[in-house]
Design a protein around this ligand. Structure first.
Ligand SMILES: [Zn+2]
Length: 387
């Protein structure tokens, strides 16, 4: 037993899987597990980390807190009860969750409880390094992977975790925690452990948490468990690209009766025109070549599948250099590009003047794409976490 490690909060809230305060200074790592109720691997994995840190075999610097996402849905084993909690993190919903009006859905109630926990942690640890981790699993099979908002700070943490890194998820899934934390300038990683019920999924999630804890300086990177889990993750991710970006998301509604064809897995190579699924309109084919990601083999959800493309590490190195040089200041010299007079971090791009070629240039320079406004493409400069 690590005498100096203190454990609190568990008796006060069923929301808290566990909290360990290490004896020394360090980052505050906040895990949210089970945002989707049919993904039991996350809470299992978070509980294992809490237990391991509590018995003191791996010394913790800083604080580790693990929270449950959607408790009613987890009890039912469903993705959600009324609304997808993984799509509710939009500013209006979060503000409502901070108010006193009665929740309009089961998930609004869950969002409220989570927002209050997070607000309390932010207040308690104001000025400290905070890192949020969201644990998920997928209905389709395949290797574990991670997603970040592409800041240089979060890249460095993700690069220490030897599973594929997916960029651009926050641009195609509105209302995810990833999307929300980006707008708040917070450091956040999403880890997808594998298929919901597969026995190795909780293992992958646990392993990835050890990698991230080490990368953040919360546990020693030469600890036995960190080295062992790194080896296992490298083996699990063999053959998958180190970094890829989302180039397409197939949106579905319940009326589409979307059914993915069997046999697809993460990072499977697909060709333009290849039959992937069926819906009311007939055969759904791939609109482009690429690597398939997250084929949906479950009833609930609005994402049919994603298509990604590998990103070269040289491209990422170039983008790090451009951002450090502040090259983005020159972007508004380009034709059709204007700074938003009301929102200093944002630029508006006239798609008739500046072509879509600009998207990779903005990504390179540290911008993310937002929803279009008034017929203009909109990009916002990402908020780098200060060193
Ligand atoms: Zn999920």
């Amino acid at each position: 037993m690590n005498g100096a490690a203190v454990q609190r909060s568990e008796a006060t809230s069923g929301r808290v899987i566990g909290r360990i305060d290490g004896p020394g200074p360090g980052p505050v790592v906040v895990v949210i597990a089970g945002v989707h109720g049919n993904e039991p691997g996350g809470p299992v994995a978070a509980r294992r980390i809490v237990d391991a840190l509590r018995d003191g075999t791996v010394p913790l610097a800083g604080t580790f807190v693990a929270l449950v996402g959607n408790r009613p849905a987890l009890q039912l084993g469903r993705r959600f009860v009324d609304r997808d909690l993984g799509r509710l993190w939009v500013p209006a919903e979060v503000e409502r969750a901070r108010g006193d009006a009665p929740p309009s859905s089961v998930e609004q109630g869950e969002l409220r409880a989570l927002v209050r926990e997070l607000d309390a942690l932010e207040a308690e640890f104001a000025g400290r390094d905070m890192l949020y981790l969201e644990l998920h699993s997928t209905s389709g099979p395949g290797v574990p992977f991670q997603a970040i908002n592409d800041t240089l700070h979060d890249r460095a943490i993700a690069f220490a975790n030897p599973i594929p890194l997916i960029l651009g998820v926050e641009e195609s899934i509105r209302g995810s925690l990833l999307d929300y934390m980006e707008t708040q300038g917070k450091s956040v990683l999403v880890i997808e452990g594998g298929q919901h019920e597969a026995p190795e999924t909780a293992n992958h999630l646990e392993s990835a948490m050890w990698m991230v804890l080490a990368a953040a300086g919360a546990v020693p990177s030469d600890a036995g468990v960190v080295r062992d889990r790194g080896t296992r993750l490298r083996a699990a991710a063999a053959g998958a690209p180190a970094v890829a970006e989302v180039v397409y998301r197939h949106d579905t509604t319940p009326d589409d009766h979307f059914v993915m064809r069997p046999g697809f897995r993460h990072f499977q190579r697909i060709r333009r025109g290849e039959a992937l699924a069926d819906d009311v309109g007939g055969t759904v084919t791939a609109p482009m070549d690429g690597l398939l990601l997250m084929p949906r083999y479950q009833g609930l959800g609005s994402d049919g599948f994603f298509i990604t493309r590998p990103v070269r590490r040289g491209w990422l190195s170039l983008s790090a250099v451009l951002r450090k040089l502040g090259v983005d200041r020159a972007l508004t010299w380009l034709p059709g590009v204007q700074r938003d007079p009301l929102r200093p971090r944002q630029v508006q791009v006239d798609p008739h003047v500046a072509r879509y070629l600009l998207v990779p240039i903005f990504h390179l320079c540290g911008y993310r794409r937002l929803q279009p406004r008034n017929g203009k493409m909109v990009f916002a400069r990402r908020i780098e976490v200060p060193k």
